[in-house]
Ligand binder design. Structure first.
Ligand code: CS2
Ligand code: MN
Length: 355
């Protein structure tokens, strides 16, 4: 396991590389070209510049989150092959820059969905939260507006204002895309990119849908063990793998995290480890990473990753906002740094007790 930290890049993140470097045990960052447009190829120079900036700070790029997949690929539009060619170019350039892990998602219209970005907890910290009632009340046209105020001026990944301004058109695009079509479009995409992944040894790691069920009638296919195993089998290449995100995949309480980690052995290329606190099956908030603050057994999760021999990058995921920090919701420095230290502690104990 390699402990990493997500960093959105200079100008897009309140956290600096210098701060990340000072979190004990964090050796690498998970980053992206935040300004890149899905469907367009990433410029070689921009990748090398980013790499140099990270390395000059004494860190390395442990992977990219995300190279976003454009809607044309997800819906199988006439121009999808052009978009796939550009995605392949990006992968080639990343491979040439010695970057070997790419996280992406295949969710229609919205990336992860929360209904509150700053729910106040008893200790005065704030967290992101989801309630199905709120989703059912908010018109999808307005969801972006309803969350905007709590973004602290940052653009949330997948919630770019230009994109959200056009949300009606996006819904229209996905109107006929049922689960089967979406799945076939994912398989088409994966088959097309596997040769370049083989050539450069790039691990593709699909992120689970969050929440792990359909929202606003849009299809979601990376939501359960069976569906994920079906996807892994459809393109049975070790480079076709998953990001095991406990906080996203675990939104559906029917998903057994430990059992799923074992079932996906060898195909988990990246792990996001965070905790959730449930008030009902469809009403949850993102808690501190510590087991006792939420409903997941973080020791059991880390132990399962250890037991399957997981050796890829792992990162704390969304954290609480604490100590008056002002940052992108979920992506402040303090609580994620506490999360990284805690997860490192669990890992050290597991390693030593197995020696
Ligand atoms: C999210 C996502 O939970 C998460 O990790 O922040 O934005 C995630 O980065 C994407 O879905 C991956 O493409
Ligand atoms: Mn995640």
């Amino acid at each position: 396991m390699e402990m990493t930290f997500r960093w959105f890049g200079t100008g897009h993140d309140s956290v600096t590389l210098k701060q990340i470097r000072q979190i004990a045990g964090v050796k690498g960052v998970i980053t992206t070209l935040y300004d890149s447009v899905p469907g367009e190829a990433w410029e070689k120079d921009a990748i090398l510049k980013l790499k140099k900036e990270v390395e000059d700070a004494g860190l390395k790029i442990s992977g990219i989150e995300s190279v976003n997949v454009c809607d044309a690929i997800k819906v199988g539009a006439a121009n999808r092959d052009e978009c796939i060619d550009n995605y392949i170019k990006t992968l080639e350039r990343l491979g040439e820059a010695d970057i070997h892990m790419v996280c992406y998602n295949f969710m229609p219209v919205f990336d992860w969905t929360r209904t509150e970005l700053a729910r106040m907890r008893a200790d005065g910290s704030t967290v992101m939260a989801y309630t199905q009632d709120a989703i059912d009340r908010i018109n999808p046209d307005n969801i972006f507006e309803s969350l905007k105020e709590d973004c602290n001026g940052y653009i949330l990944p997948g919630w770019e204002p230009e994109r959200m301004a056009d949300v009606r058109r996006l819904f229209e695009m996905y109107k006929d895309i049922d689960e089967e079509k979406l799945f076939n479009n994912l398989v088409y995409f994966l088959k097309a990119i596997m040769p370049v992944c083989d050539k450069y040894d790039i691990n593709m790691a699909i992120h689970p849908d969050d929440p792990a069920w359909s929202v606003y009638g849009l299809s979601r296919i990376i939501t359960s063990k069976d569906k994920i195993l079906k996807m892994l089998k459809a393109v049975d290449n070790p480079h076709n793998g998953v990001t095991f995100c406990t906080g996203s995949y675990g939104t559906n309480r029917e998903n057994d995290l430990v059992d799923s980690i074992h079932a996906m052995k060898g195909r988990i290329h990246f792990a996001h480890v965070r905790n959730l606190k449930f008030h009902s099956d469809t009403n949850f908030e993102e808690s501190a990473h510590l087991s006792e603050d939420g409903d997941f057994d973080m020791y059991a999760i880390m132990k399962a990753l250890y037991d399957i021999g997981f050796d890829g990058p792992l990162r704390p995921d969304h954290g609480r906002m604490i100590w008056d920090e002002v940052a992108m919701p979920g992506y402040g420095l303090y609580d994620r740094a506490l999360g990284a230290s805690y997860l490192n502690g669990l890992w050290e104990a597991i390693v030593k007790s197995n020696q």
